[in-house]
Design a protein around this ligand. Structure first.
Ligand code: GTP
Ligand code: MG
Length: 471
């Protein structure tokens, strides 16, 4: 009895090792990270990407598809048992059902595995049969990358920086009044800590609504199952010098450190460190619509987010990555279906300028980068309309608010991105001479031909850049 069960477990042990070996040796895995700030279009992007990889009729820009080398694509159980699965089926039925609507906001990391059977390219094609390739897509909030900067800062440094940055923001007035009045040397009382953290969180949410993107710590606005826990019950306070035991200041320091070690580090170790390819989605049109301050703020947030891809800057991160790096990074301006295609090159140029600094750094770190504008789910059609004798390039769709169909001219994006970025950098209050309006469109009702995924703009080119070389 004993012997056979021992032998059993041995055999099983060998099997699982064998599985893993064969998977790593013969079945390559690509981990694709999809990130972006809130509402940048991550969920719609992944849903449409997967739907278009399952039904590839609209993926002509993907070389392996063009060459007829993809025999099959199918969903499989994901490898990580503790990460929520990306809810592809319900997001797809939101977007393509009889009453199409945009999916709800998602607030945590999730994952989906798509596997391909594909024949290799070139000389090997005739010699080798199809092989399996796994694509693990990982969706995570861009705000979590901003937290990397906290690792290098003490509680005191972080407090000073944060308080100085938010000093003039009206959304922070109530929190600042409390923070300045607090007695840091008083014994720690939980209600006081909770009140401060509560006001600080309220400020962060209001600031994000107002178009600020530097709303860290990231988990305060996206707490998930950490809501209410001590790691999220702290706030920046005007501290100077060391704290004494059992005081409010000491407890705040301790929680700040716990946030770094128990929230920030595990995310980088368990998710970020394993990513091979990355797409960073940016709602550049949304920021332009909000005005110069939002554009400047977004530019800074992008630079901060992307410093995570240059691990040399952070000692802890580079030690953990041990030289592993993201090989390709795509910066994509989303929702390009709000513009007539005549304006797409200008949107791409703005995207390139917005991320220039960050892209130069990524190059430095050896990653290949590209920028483009795309629409994961095209909700509009294009038309030219004459207005006062001028032909204007418009887009037509169903307005989200009224459900009515309308044609819309969003304004003329400048040819030179500096015309937007320079006033933004100089603190302008509004755009000079031009207004950029963007309507919110509802997803269109679709009748898809068999073999076709949902309509998109340049999703195939984005895919080619991100994973085309591995198919
Ligand atoms: N017209 C158009 N709108 C889009 C497209 N993709 C996203 N949107 C709009 O942007 C909103 C946000 O998209 P999501 O995919 O939910 O964004 P997200 O980054 O997952 O947002 P969070 O989960 O809240 O962080 C949608 O509700 C749509 O209104 C697109 O391809 N075309
Ligand atoms: Mg989402």
């Amino acid at each position: 009895m004993v012997i056979s069960s021992l032998a059993d477990s041995l055999v099983r042990g060998v099997e699982t090792v064998g599985d893993r070996v064969s998977e790593t040796l013969f079945e390559p895995v690509i981990r694709l990270g999809v990130t972006g700030l809130a509402r940048s279009g991550k969920t719609v992007f992944i849903t449409s990407l997967v739907a278009n990889l399952l039904d590839r009729g609209r993926m002509t820009g993907l070389v392996a598809q063009q060459e007829g080398r993809i025999n099959a694509a199918y969903l499989q159980p994901q490898p990580d048992d503790t990460v929520p699965r990306f809810d592809f089926e319900s997001h797809l039925s939101d977007l393509t059902g009889p009453e199409p609507h945009w999916p709800d906001s998602t607030r945590a990391v999730s994952e989906l595995r798509l596997s391909f059977k594909a024949r290799p390219a070139g000389l090997l094609s005739g010699l080798q049969g199809p092989r399996k390739i796994h694509l693990d897509i990982v969706d995570y909030p861009g705000e979590w990358l901003l937290d990397l900067a906290l690792l290098e800062k003490s509680y005191e440094e972080w407090s000073h920086e944060t308080l100085a940055r938010i000093e003039k923001r009206p959304q922070a007035a109530e929190f600042l009044a409390q923070a300045k009045a607090v007695d840091l040397a008083a014994p720690h009382e939980e209600p006081a800590a909770q009140a401060l953290a509560g006001l600080f969180t309220t400020y962060l949410n209001a600031a994000r609504e107002a178009g600020f993107y530097d709303c860290t710590p990231g988990r305060f606005i996206l707490p998930g199952d950490l809501a209410g826990s001590p790691v999220l019950t702290f706030a920046p306070l005007p501290v100077s010098g060391p704290s004494r035991r059992r005081t409010l200041q000491r407890e705040m320091e301790r929680r700040y450190e716990a946030y770094k070690s128990q929230v920030v580090k595990p995310f980088f170790r368990d998710h970020f460190a394993r990513i091979d390819r990355q797409v960073v989605l940016v709602d550049a049109l949304g920021a332009i619509h909000k005005g110069p301050q939002a554009v400047e703020d977004m530019r800074r947030a992008m630079a901060d987010i992307l410093s995570a891809f240059r691990p040399g800057r952070n000692a802890w991160l580079s030690q953990m990555l041990l030289g592993k790096r993201v090989e390709r990074i795509l910066f994509a301006a989303t929702k390009a279906d709000h513009l007539h295609h005549l304006q797409h090159p200008r949107l791409t140029a703005i995207m390139e300028a917005l991320t220039r600094e960050a892209r130069d750094r990524a190059k430095f770190a050896g990653a290949e980068t590209a920028a483009l504008s795309l629409a994961a789910l095209r909700a509009t059609t294009e038309e030219m309309r004459s207005h006062d004798g001028v032909e204007l390039p418009c887009v037509r769709g169903t307005l989200l608010e009224s459900g009515k169909k309308a044609a819309f001219y969003p304004g003329d994006l400048p040819e030179d991105p500096a015309h937007l970025l320079t006033p933004a950098r100089n603190g302008a209050e509004g755009w000079l001479g031009e207004d950029y309006g963007f309507m919110a469109f509802a997803p269109a009702k679709l009748t898809l031909r068999p073999g076709d995924g949902p309509p998109h703009i340049r999703l195939d080119r984005a895919t080619q850049f991100l994973i085309g070389d591995r198919l």
